[in-house]
Design a protein. Structure first.
Length: 192
């Protein structure tokens, strides 16, 4: 069921270049651009996950400005896009929220630019999404990617975008847009 697709951008736990676990900084683009993409593809909710209270407070101020402040009148399209935006401290909170909304735990999709074995193709996952009764949560990482412990809890491990390219370093915003287009495309879905 294509009307039960959720997206989460993970800022914690994230890998640092040396393999250690860190929290990454939220950017304005993480809020606006991914919200707009998710709204365009009728994603039910877009969650940004950050365990840092100061980061969450900044995000909440930005969202409030565009949904309730001057920005809501200045750019109603941005307000519409941000209506699906949510912020949570941890991935577990996101899973719990979706389970509360849908009455069932979501199937979770891991994404990464790194080549891996036993991945599902875009075409295969697109068919799963179209047929599934369960909600689907697609995870995107920041920094140097999500750690293995997140991959281990996922139901699907999606193939990388341009895995065979000699250069594969898209921004997460571009990766979200390409992924959603490949999985959902032009099909219209209506949130109920």
């Amino acid at each position: 069921m294509i009307n039960k697709v959720y997206v989460a951008l993970i800022h914690y736990p994230i890998l640092k270049k040396d393999g250690s676990i860190v929290s990454t900084a939220v950017t304005n683009f993480d809020i606006h651009d991914i919200s707009r993409t998710c709204r365009t593809y009728n994603v039910k909710n877009y969650f940004l996950v950050s365990n840092l209270p100061a980061q969450r407070k900044i995000v909440e101020r930005v969202v409030e400005y565009w949904t309730k402040g001057f920005g809501s009148d200045y750019n109603p399209n941005r307000k519409d896009a941000l209506d699906i935006f949510r912020i949570e401290s941890y991935l577990e909170d996101v899973i719990e929220k979706i389970e509360k909304i849908e009455g069932i735990k979501p199937k979770i999709v891991f994404t990464s630019a790194k080549p891996r074995n036993n991945v599902v193709t875009f075409s295969e996952l697109s068919q799963v999404i179209r047929r599934a009764e369960d909600p689907i949560l697609i995870l995107f990482g920041t920094g140097w990617g999500m750690p293995e412990e997140i991959r281990e809890i996922c139901d699907y491990d999606l193939e990388p975008i341009r895995a065979k390219s000699d250069f594969n370093h898209l921004s997460v915003r571009a990766a979200v847009a390409i992924t959603l287009d490949r999985l959902i495309g032009e099909e219209i879905c209506y949130n109920s």
